[in-house]
Design a protein around this ligand. Structure first.
Ligand code: C2E
Ligand code: CA
Ligand code: CA
Length: 704
């Protein structure tokens, strides 16, 4: 840096000091010369006066005596002085007694000299005296004049020579003086500055206080030393400020890039990691996967336990992922119960599937929480770069979409994004729009699945199940469209339609002479919380004139658990109308005895999943038995759904289950078929049930 200075301080110093010294030297010399000129002129005049004084006596003599020879001698005497170029002794009114003239010396700078000394110096000395014999008169008589003219050139020549010397020595002194001054300045200012400059270059701007500046030697106690001290203090202050800022920045960094609970990267950071992976993959010409992993039913953990417990579970889960996955995989938390992973350097899709399976296994391992064993499941959507999207954002979004799709198909699984997923999502949107008008377009239909009293063998009633006859796609299962309707809110209109149709159906059955039938209607969580369900039910009961206790509303366990207090309030209002309430899919939603006690329920419906393999899986058998005992202890009736075999019926009877519903008796059937079922097969159903109780095993024809 020093080398690059194109305007160095020392150069400036040099020119300033030298310039000033030379100027001063010149000025002083000029003053000296001027004084010398005055002196030279004065001595010229003195010299002239001396010459005249010397010649006064003989000249007066010559004038008095009119002695031409003496006058000539006086003139010659005067001419011995080289400066004299004219001399004359004259007497009044007569030609001069003697005079002489010679040419002036030819010299350079005549005009300069004239301006200082004049062209010439002319003097006239009156020659007076007292004539002999007139002494007593005392009169000084004029005898004549002595005239002399001097040429100053000789003196001027010497003056000029002297002037040259003066200027030369003046300038020499100035140069010497200037050099000394320059060296002093250089030593006092420029050199310490240069050394400060080079030690400043050593300073690390990030940690300025690490290398302290040293005061130049000998300057420790002067202004320079104080300056260095101040700079060092400033550096310390900067360093302190810097380190505080770094801490703050790091904190902000963490806040904006990491999840505070699990300390995993957040969505922000994940997107950046994906971007980095895109670059790496482009560079190495390979693929990577993005996994979007959402827990299937995390909400109920928070509800049943506490948010603190939920947090603990998420922390455990994060630790499991860290332990189970490869360190090269990025694990992020991108939402309350959503994690995401980036799996780099894939050779094929199977590797991504393996990791997804690992993640599912990690989630499925039971958690111990508040002395309970909790099991969770998750659904994972997988996108592969470069096949499924070109940008980080789109990769994540597509993975989320495919996760949602997989979830709507039951969850607890992983699914790859494929090109037609987009198409399917679009189709779903179309379906959602059509669903909004399905009821008014007469595309919905109810089917009924008989429910049989396991003690008497009587058909207790039926569950109403909705069907959608799509004009182009044909029959669409409620498993597919109910979640869509719940998402769009169309479930409110559909649910009201189902309720109304069910009430009318019951009305018709009553009119047909079946007085003891109960109709079970599914009520969705959204319907329960978002619509004025109580008033709707009240109005429909009034309009159709059905006995309200013959209407049973099935509410899933998870719907109730979403907001327990609100649910209890709504259910109590429902009970005031007189309808019955059943808790549907019981056993899947972690509800505990204490909750069940608070609910104004009439019936518990054991979930199909437990019934289906209760004979093969002793655990499920125990659960079914326990639910039945629990229900009874709370004064509730218990119904088992999904009963398909006689052995299942027998087991349920042994456990004293009250009611059963399932393919063993009948699939869901149209109303006319149900009425036929009621009239013609009543006795058959009854005897089949009774025979089951006696451990014989006739098989009942499955109706459809
Ligand atoms: P869900 O309430 O658990 O209904 C019982 C489901 O189990 C019905 O399926 C029925 O066909 C099926 N099922 C009955 N017996 C057996 C059996 O022995 N074995 C097997 N494997 N399955 C059996 P569906 O009709 O497809 O309904 C599916 C789900 O759709 C229902 O589950 C319910 O959650 C929902 N759903 C149906 N209709 C409505 C409705 O009107 N409103 C609301 N909100 N949801 C409805
Ligand atoms: Ca149901
Ligand atoms: Ca069910």
């Amino acid at each position: 840096m020093q080398g690059k200075l194109n305007s160095r301080l020392s150069n400036k110093l040099f020119f300033a000091v030298m310039g000033t010294a030379l100027l001063m030297g010149l000025l002083l010399s000029i003053v000296q010369i001027m004084l010398d000129a005055r002196q030279a002129r004065k001595s010229l005049e003195t010299e002239a006066q001396q010459i005249l004084a010397m010649m006064k006596e003989p000249a007066t003599q010559a004038a008095y005596n009119k002695d031409e020879i003496l006058a000539e001698q006086v003139v010659q005497g005067l001419f011995r002085n080289n400066a004299v170029f004219y001399a004359a002794v004259s007497i009044p009114e007569k030609p001069p007694l003697a005079s002489e003239f010679r040419n002036k010396n030819i010299i350079p700078y005549r005009s300069l000299i004239s301006s200082i000394f004049g062209q010439e110096l002319s003097y006239t000395l009156e020659l007076r005296g007292i004539a002999p014999g007139a002494e007593n008169q005392g009169r000084n008589e004029l005898f004549g004049n002595l005239e002399v003219s001097l040429d100053p050139s000789g003196a001027a020549h010497e003056f000029i020579e002297r002037s040259k010397t003066i200027i030369l020595s003046g300038l020499t002194q100035a140069i010497v003086f200037g050099s000394v001054l320059y060296l002093i300045f250089q030593g006092l200012i420029a050199r310490p500055m240069t050394s400060l400059l080079s030690s400043l270059e050593e300073i690390d701007p990030m940690r300025p206080a690490q290398n302290q500046l040293d005061a130049p030697r000998g300057h420790e106690d002067d202004e320079l030393g104080a300056w260095v001290q101040k700079i060092n203090d400033l550096f310390k202050a900067i360093e302190k400020y810097n380190s505080k800022r770094r801490v703050a920045e790091a904190h902000v960094e963490r806040l904006s890039n990491y999840d505070m609970l699990t300390e995993l990267p957040n969505r922000n950071m994940l997107l950046r990691r994906i971007e980095q992976s895109i670059q790496d993959a482009n560079h190495q010409d390979d693929m990577f996967a993005v996994l979007y992993c959402a827990l299937d039913d995390f909400k109920s953990v928070n509800l049943l336990h506490s948010y603190h417990a939920g947090d603990k579970l998420l922390l455990t889960l994060a630790d499991r992922f860290r332990a189970d996955l490869d360190p090269t995989h990025t694990i992020a938390r991108v939402g309350g119960d959503v994690f995401a992973m980036v799996i780099p350097n894939l050779d094929n899709h199977y590797q991504a599937a393996d990791v997804a399976q690992k993640v599912l296994d990690s989630v499925r391992r039971p958690f111990r929480l508040d002395n309970h064993n909790i099991s969770l499941s998750a659904t994972i959507g997988i996108t592969i770069y470069p096949h499924d999207a070109a940008t980080a954002d789109q990769l994540l979004k597509n993975a989320e979409n495919v996760m949602q799709l997989a979830k709507s198909q039951g969850g607890n699984n992983y699914q790859f994004y494929v090109a037609n997923v987009d198409q399917r999502i679009r189709e779903t949107k179309v379906l959602e729009r059509q669903l909004a008008t399905a009821a008014e377009d007469n595309e919905l239909q109810l089917v009924f699945q008989p429910q049989v009293n396991l003690v008497t063998g009587d058909v207790r009633g039926a569950e109403a199940l909705v069907r959608w006859h799509h004009p182009e796609r044909g029959m669409i299962s409620p498993i597919e469209f109910i979640p869509l309707a719940e998402r769009t809110g169309a479930i409110v209109a559909i649910g009201e339609w189902v309720l109304k149709q069910s009430c009318h159906a019951l009305r018709r059955w009553l009119e047909a002479g079946f007085h003891n039938l109960t109709i079970s209607v599914n009520v969705s969580a959204i319907q329960l919380h978002q619509s004025d369900l109580v008033n709707t039910v009240k109005r429909l009961v009034r309009e159709t004139g059905i006995p309200p206790q013959h209407l049973m509303l099935e509410i899933t366990e998870t719907a109730v658990m979403e907001n327990v207090d609100l649910a209890i309030r709504l259910l109590k209002q429902m009970k005031e109308i007189g309808v019955q309430l059943a808790i549907d899919d019981f056993g899947t939603g972690y509800s505990s005895l204490s909750y069940l006690k608070k609910m104004p329920m009439d019936e518990v419906k054991i979930d199909r999943a437990f019934v289906q393999d209760m004979l093969e899986d002793p655990d499920n058998g125990t659960i079914v038995d326990a639910i039945i005992q629990l229900g009874h202890s709370l004064g509730l009736s218990v119904i088992a759904e999904g009963t398909e075999t006689l052995d299942q019926i027998k087991y349920l009877q042994e456990c004293e289950c009250d009611v059963a519903q399932g393919y063993y008796y009948s699939q869901p059937i149209r109303e006319d078929s149900f009425l036929t079922f009621l009239s013609h097969q009543r006795s058959q159903v009854k005897s089949a049930t009774q025979r089951a109780a006696k451990s014989t095993s006739p098989v009942l024809n499955k109706s459809s």
